[in-house]
Design a protein around this ligand. Structure first.
Ligand code: WT7
Length: 637
């Protein structure tokens, strides 16, 4: 069968066909879904004005493929197995039949609240089954979901709601995470002061805390589902109708709403899920991501459900109540495939083996990582202590924009190599280019990673601003999708991701723009300007280093320490805790060229602690500033 790669030869054949006859290849893969109307043309594209269409004029509903399609053969099989933050709280298990019913109920709730096809629905929720249910309910009626990670601040939430133009928000009273509780409803209330368009808030009661309800605007989830029918016909959607918006950071200040569409996203998340992880019918699959990120969309919700898989959803954090939590859940649920982030592995590694040795981990068959480069030590530890040397590790490289895994081993099929994402999946055509855009061919080379042919789940636009999408991804190198990553292709033809080449940081697997953090810092009344860079961090992969210039006349604080605290508070307030700088250094000035451009290269070097060779600094306006920053860096940090 074309859709299942079982060995190296299958891979070679599939890959070759996907390049020589892409339309036939992707047409055959798509055959197995329920389409209300078949497509006329598999793909049509133009990378110059950026326009791409997959499965043109095909009609379908993705939830019919995630749910209804499985009811006969897998109705009683577990679709979602939820594990609470508190280890003493009971699991919640939803069979395909039950999930189908819950989704239908909530879809009817959305309809009754005036939501229709094409409307945007924002979700600001903890990791509870109702988040997956709400996502699918939107898709059921053709509304566009936009999940906003529960760690974002009120301001960040408001910015995203307004950009998406949502009239309705789904949230919860609170969200437990480790020892803490996130006050989702209170944050929502604060955000909504700035969102005039939101007419309705549906509140799921996670903890039952007493929260403020606005009688005109707010309703409870459990009240709403009481009085609606439990059947909801799926809305028939066009292949190219938007399925969701997901905000992500770029090199400019404003996060952009990456738009994914229906047909292509469905085909590719399914195809990549089953092949990369080699999912077998009775496997239990656990992806530890949050549904607030693309990983959760594609590999907790859509990919697994399209396959008819059992997907574990976890509310908590890796270190609560202790660093053995993941492994306890793996043993208890007999998880076969486990997918997490390098930053979690490094954090657990640092806690010591005693938390691992208590568990058998013998159900595991495949391990995966995602989100950032995995260093060799973490790879080896994961392989040896979690996989006991017998589980292949799939180091999956992809992006919010790509919708699904692009470069990755296929478990047990493609031989792995620590720190390498290895080879592209069928249908993915990576190229490395030099700064002028010339393709660098051959092996043992490095360059900017681009993709030269469309794949079904690529982003279609950035919400409300197609020009920005064109500029960001299709104008740096003509005729190519530019990923923003640097990459090496080694002697074996294997790909190794080297990290971002633009002003985007990757902090604990979270993507943040330097400009975004700078904009937040600059909101402090005493700050004149700032520059933010990423620097190597043992656990987070990258930490955030902020160089800040202040106006001493504006300073109302007595100590530098207090000032730094305030700056951190501003960032937490504007973006959220994930963006809190690890280091703040107050400086007299920033290293600028005569034309006023900040030489970030120098700041990055200082951040890395490499201060002996800055390269060419002849264009610097005031070299003494560099010396001062260097000294300050040693003193401060
Ligand atoms: C950026 C995309 C894809 C879901 C999570 C992150 C980095 C991602 C890897 C990997 C090295 C990786 C890249 C990429 N990245 N996976 N396996 N090895 N780097 O999605 O927030 O859109 O971030 O994450 O730099 O461009 P995202």
């Amino acid at each position: 069968m074309i859709s299942r790669i079982n060995n190296l030869e299958d891979y070679a054949v599939a890959y070759r066909r996907s390049v020589s006859e892409p339309e036939r290849f992707w047409s055959e893969v798509a055959e197995q879904f329920v389409w209300r109307k078949k497509w006329d043309k598999t793909v049509e594209y133009d990378f110059d004005n950026y326009n791409v269409q997959w499965y043109k004029n095909g009609k379908l509903n993705i939830t019919e493929n995630c749910l209804d399609r499985h009811l006969l053969s897998r109705g009683d099989k577990t679709a979602i197995h939820w594990v609470a933050n508190d280890p003493h709280e009971k699991d919640r298990i939803f069979s395909y039949k039950e999930l189908h019913e819950q989704v239908s109920l909530f879809a009817n709730v959305l309809k009754r609240n005036g939501v229709g096809k094409g409307d945007r629905v924002c979700l600001y929720m903890p990791m509870v089954p109702e988040l997956a249910i709400a996502v699918l309910a939107c898709a059921r009626i053709g509304a566009i979901h936009s999940v906003i990670f529960g760690g974002f601040s009120a301001q960040a939430l408001a910015d995203r709601i307004n950009d998406a133009g949502a009239k309705i928000l789904i949230t919860a009273d609170q969200g437990p995470r480790g020892k803490k509780v996130v006050e989702l409803k209170a944050i929502t209330d604060e955000a909504l002061f700035k969102c005039e368009n939101v007419e309705r808030v549906i509140v799921y009661q996670r903890t039952g805390a007493d929260v403020k309800m606005d009688s005109e605007r707010d309703v409870y989830w459990h009240d709403e589902i009481k009085s609606v029918p439990n059947v909801c016909d799926p809305e028939v959607m066009d292949s190219e109708d938007p399925l969701f918006i997901l905000y992500t950071s770029g090199s400019t200040g404003k996060p952009k709403g990456v738009v994914h569409s229906t047909g292509g996203y469905m085909v590719y998340t399914w195809y990549s899920f089953r092949n990369v992880f080699q999912y077998q019918e009775n496997d239990v699959f656990w992806c530890t991501a949050d549904i607030g990120w693309i990983t959760g969309h594609s590999y907790i919700v859509y990919g697994p459900l399209l396959e008819g898989a059992t997907s574990v959803m976890f509310e908590g954090v890796p270190t609560f109540p202790d660093a053995g939590r993941f492994w306890r859940v793996v043993d208890r649920l007999k998880v076969n495939i486990f997918y997490t982030a390098p930053t979690a592995i490094r954090a657990l590694m640092a806690q010591g083996l005693e938390y691992v040795e208590l568990y058998k981990l013998d159900s595991l068959r495949v391990l995966g990582t995602v989100g950032e480069p995995i260093n060799r030590e973490a790879w080896e530890w994961y392989h040896q202590h979690i996989g006991k040397g017998r589980c292949p590790i799939v180091d999956t490289w992809w992006q919010t924009e790509t919708g699904g895994i692009m470069i990755s081993p296929i478990a047990g099929v493609i031989p792995t190599k620590p720190t390498y994402a290895t080879l592209p999946l069928p249908g993915i055509q990576p190229v490395l280019v030099d700064p002028e855009g010339n393709e660098i061919e051959g092996k043992g080379v490095e360059g900017n990673l681009c993709i030269k042919y469309p794949w079904p789940s690529m982003l279609r636009t950035t919400w409300g601003d197609h020009e920005r999408c064109k500029q960001t991804y299709f104008s740096t190198f003509k005729g190519l999708y530019f990923t923003g990553d640097g990459c090496r292709r080694d002697e074996d033809g294997y790909y190794r991701i080297l990290g971002r080449v633009d002003d985007v940081m990757n902090v604990s697997g979270h993507r943040l723009g330097t400009a975004e953090v700078e904009n937040a810092i600059n909101m402090h009344s005493a700050v004149i300007e700032s520059a933010v860079v990423g620097y190597p961090h043992d656990i987070k992969g990258q930490g955030i280093y902020a160089y800040v210039v202040c106006d001493s006349a504006e300073l109302e604080v007595s100590t530098i320490l207090e000032l730094k605290e305030q700056i951190l508070e501003v960032v937490i307030d504007k973006i959220g805790k994930i963006a809190r700088p690890d280091k703040v250094q107050i400086v007299r000035g920033l290293p600028k060229t005569r034309s006023g451009k900040i030489m970030r290269r120098i700041l990055r070097k200082i951040g890395e602690g490499q201060t002996d060779n800055f390269g060419d600094i002849s264009t610097l306006l005031d070299p003494s500033i560099v010396e001062a920053i260097k000294e300050g860096a040693v003193k401060d940090n």
